[in-house]
Write a protein of this length. Structure first.
Length: 253
């Protein structure tokens, strides 16, 4: 029990020292280094801290497994209780200590998992902010204080009208996918406006059996459905682009 305790304490202290060093690195004053130097130093230290954390997490996992394997069986305890009370008391004390250590390792594992989740959330928010800025640059109406909200609302309605679900729309974070959707929406809107302004003369036609067949709508629907399924399964930007390209090509025919 004592050996396991020292191992866990040393693991925690070692990781704590690394974390303290990383925090101090983040506080380096700007008058000593340029902004770029600070950024590079922070990135390097951050990567090193992640490596240390991963190693620490693996060691904690190994320790947790060792503690579980060292757990005596109920039959052993029952036998000692009947035949060797002194040994039973000693092993019972070790078992209690082992349970305490297992609880410590569990808490550490949960803390590391929470730290990783927080890190991933921060990284996603940074990415989201970058994509919003790029979209605002390439699609100014998106950031327009007066027209932006209505445009986004109309674009969302258009996406749903061509088969997108709320979940699929929420996955359109990459600005390139949103731009393609916006282009399809604008083209479709323009095409409908042009049709309204034209006088269409209806002429009865008899289509002979020798006339070439147009592509069956069911084939188009199957293609779109297949590509949307791939997007839902992977969440990748390329799959989103494929869906939008298919929808765009259909709207132009």
């Amino acid at each position: 029990g004592q050996k396991l305790e020292v191992t866990l304490d040393e693991l925690m202290k070692g990781y704590s020292r690394q974390s303290d060093y990383t925090r101090k690195t983040e506080k380096l004053s700007q008058d000593r280094r340029s902004v770029e130097d600070l950024k590079n130093e922070y990135t390097r230290q951050n990567e090193e801290a992640k490596i240390k954390r991963d190693q620490y997490e693996k060691q904690i996992q190994i320790l947790s497994e060792q503690l579980k394997q060292a757990e005596p069986s109920k039959a052993d305890f029952d036998n000692l209780y009947e035949n060797n009370p002194a040994e039973y008391v000693r092993l019972k004390a070790e078992q209690d200590r082992r349970k305490e250590l297992m609880e410590k390792t569990r808490i550490e594992q949960e803390r590391i998992a929470a730290e990783k989740r927080e890190e991933q959330t921060k990284q996603y928010n940074v990415y989201l902010d970058q994509q919003r800025k790029l979209l605002a640059e390439k699609l100014p109406i998106y950031a327009d204080k007066e027209k932006g909200a209505d445009f986004i609302k109309n674009l969302t309605s258009y996406a749903k009208s061509i088969g997108y679900t709320d979940q699929e729309i929420a996955m359109l974070v990459d600005h390139r996918a949103v731009l393609m959707l916006a282009n399809a929406y604008r083209y479709d809107k323009l095409k409908k406006a042009n049709l309204k302004n034209k006088k269409v003369t209806k002429v009865s036609k008899v289509v002979s059996s020798s006339s070439p067949k147009v592509q069956d709508d069911s084939d188009v629907a199957k293609r779109i459905k297949s590509k949307k399924a791939a997007l839902k399964r992977t969440g990748k930007v390329n799959d989103a682009v494929h869906v939008l390209q298919e929808l765009y090509s259909q709207s132009t025919t």
